[in-house]
Design a protein around this ligand. Structure first.
Ligand code: ADP
Length: 312
């Protein structure tokens, strides 16, 4: 079983409008409200792959209940920890080919909730059915910046691998900490943020960056490069992954879909090549759909064989 973690989930509201009029009323006909947050996108893709998955994290209030209900309706097992604050809404207004987003910050977590969640999490990690943990997204307010390191420390205690997809200060903190995730998956923007300078997609430059001390003891570093595929380091091996060109509909969530592929591949003990193929195919399949965290697996095999993996 795979455990996914979403610490600041949301109800994602999409408002499609032909034209977005400022300073007046806009009426929306087709509204969609779905459980969101990067970890829940990962969860949905894993479910479509038929992997056994349980979603956890923090939820609160009526919107939290709504998320639990919607996940259960589509057969996604979940075991969230309830907090006193209210789970947030995130609104995307789709207009004239643009996407204007209004993102609530979400609840502030109290000290006792922060401690109690770690106990809840430990119970789930300890379960012998749990084989791997995928942690995605930002930390809500109130949690200390090294909170992910504490969670990774718990996973280490039970020898369960972690795939971590977060950015900024919380990722930097993890890299400096003694408890290491098995995999991280930054894109070039996130990598640049980490090292404090611009990063190109040049494989030779990426190779030098990933050899830096900051990345020591992280078994897999997979840098996703959008239409240019990915660059990866597995222990002392380096790979460039080239992907075929595809018809992109909506690339939002492609990185989450990639994380689902990485986690699923590790769960099934795939070799390096198959792991990289699965991760990239799923990223592409997400980009080819309108919905975030949705993949049409009918096209899986066709793309899988078109991916080129070069040892560097
Ligand atoms: P993130 O969403 O984290 O920024 P990326 O945009 O790099 O992640 O996308 C993740 C993966 O999805 C890429 O490594 C690639 O395999 C696939 N992908 C994303 N956009 C495209 C695209 N335009 N063409 C082909 N593949 C894509």
């Amino acid at each position: 079983m795979i455990l996914t973690v979403t610490m600041n989930p949301s109800v994602d509201i999409s408002y499609p409008l032909e034209k977005f009029n400022l300073d007046t009323v806009n009426r929306v006909v087709e509204v969609s409200k779905t459980p969101g947050g990067k970890g829940l996108n990962v969860t949905r893709v894993l479910k479509q792959l038929n992997d056994e998955v349980v979603a956890t994290g923090l939820i609160g209030g009526a919107l939290g209940t709504d998320i639990q209900k919607k996940l259960s309706e589509i057969g996604i097992k979940n075991d969230f920890f309830e907090i006193s604050g209210e789970t947030r809404n995130c609104i995307a207004i789709l207009h004239e080919g643009n996407q204007t987003e209004i993102l609530e910050k979400g609840p502030t977590i109290t000290k006792s909730e922060s401690e109690d969640f770690l106990r809840h999490f430990e119970k789930l990690v300890k379960d012998e059915e749990t084989k791997i943990i995928a942690i995605s997204g930002s930390l809500p307010d109130g949690l200390e910046i090294d909170y992910y390191s504490k969670m990774i420390g718990i996973c280490e205690k039970y020898k369960k691998p972690v795939v971590l997809d977060c950015s900024g200060k919380s990722l930097l903190e993890v890299l400096k900490n003694e408890h290491k995730p098995k995999v991280i998956k930054p894109n070039t923007e996130e990598l640049a943020q980490l090292i404090g300078k611009d990063v190109s997609k040049d494989p030779n430059e990426l190779k030098e960056i990933l050899k830096e001390k900051l990345f020591e003891k992280i078994e897999w570093i997979i840098v996703s490069l959008g239409a240019d595929g990915a660059f990866a380091k597995h222990n002392d091996k380096f790979y460039k992954v080239n992907v075929p060109s595809i018809k992109v509909v909506n690339p939002v969530g492609s990185g989450d879909s990639t994380v689902a592929g990485i986690t699923s591949a590790i769960h099934e003990n795939a070799n390096d090549e198959d792991l990289l193929r699965k991760a990239n195919v799923l990223g592409m399949l997400n980009a080819m759909e309108n919905l975030t965290g949705f993949v049409n697996l009918k096209n899986y095999e066709e793309l899988f064989i078109k991916i080129e993996i070069i040892n560097l």
